[in-house]
Design a binder for this molecule. Structure first.
Ligand code: HEC
Length: 158
C-alpha cells in the first residue's frame, strides 16, 4: 500500500512538472521568462528587429564597431546586440523602452529606429529583450543584471 501511495505521489509531481512552463533562468524587469517566452521573443525579434539589427544580432554594418559610422553614409547604423555590441550595458527598463518607444539619438549622426508600442505590448517587449539576452555571454548577462539592479535601487531612492 505504501508503495502505491509513493508511486501516486511521484506520479502527481511528474505530472505537475510536465505542466509547469519551464523557466529559462532569464528575467526582464523582474518577470521570469519561460523557454516558450524566449522562443516567442525570438520569433518577434525576427519579425520586427532582425531587418536592421541582423538575424544573429550582428548589427546593420557587421564588422564596423558598434558606434562607428558607415564609411559610405557617415551615419551610425543599428548596433549589434550580440557579444560584440554594447546592448548589454543597458538596463532592462531601457531595453523595453527601446522596443516600445524607439530610438532617441541624434538623427543627423544615427539611422532612425521606430518604436513598436503601436503593435507590441510590454509582455512581448520583455520576451524580445529576454531573447536578446540569450545572445550574450554569462558575464555580460551578469553585468547587465547588476546595471538593472543598480538603476532600480537608484530610482527607489529618489
Ligand atoms: C528600421 C531599423 C530598426 C529596427 C526595425 C529596429 N531597430 Fe533598434 N535601433 C536602430 C538604430 C538605427 C539604432 C541606433 C539609434 C538609436 O539608438 O536611436 C537602434 C538602437 C537600438 C537599441 C540600443 C542598442 C544599443 O546597443 O545601444 C536597442 C536595444 C534596440 N535598437 C532594440 C531593437 C529591438 C528589440 C527591435 C525590434 C523590436 C529594434 N531595435 C528594431 C534601428 C532599428
Amino acid at each position: 500500500m505504501r508503495r502505491l501511495i509513493l508511486a501516486l505521489v511521484l506520479g502527481v509531481f511528474a505530472f505537475l512538472a510536465a505542466c509547469a512552463p519551464e523557466t529559462s533562468g532569464i528575467s526582464v524587469q523582474g518577470v521570469a521568462l519561460s523557454n516558450d517566452d524566449l522562443i516567442q521573443g525570438h520569433v518577434l525579434y525576427e519579425a520586427w528587429c532582425a531587418g536592421c539589427h541582423g538575424s544573429k544580432g550582428e548589427g546593420q554594418f557587421p564588422g564596423i564597431g558598434a558606434l562607428e559610422p558607415s564609411p559610405i553614409t557617415n551615419r551610425i547604423g543599428a548596433p549589434p546586440h550580440n557579444t560584440t555590441g554594447h546592448t548589454w550595458h543597458h538596463s532592462d527598463d531601457l531595453l523595453v523602452r527601446y522596443v516600445l518607444e524607439g530610438g532617441f539619438t541624434d538623427p543627423a549622426n544615427f539611422y532612425f529606429m521606430p518604436g513598436f508600442g503601436w503593435r507590441l505590448g510590454v509582455d512581448d517587449a520583455r520576451r524580445i529583450a529576454g531573447y536578446i539576452k540569450t545572445l550574450w555571454t554569462d558575464d555580460q548577462r551578469m553585468m547587465q543584471a547588476r546595471t538593472t539592479q543598480q538603476e532600480m535601487e537608484m530610482m527607489a531612492g529618489q
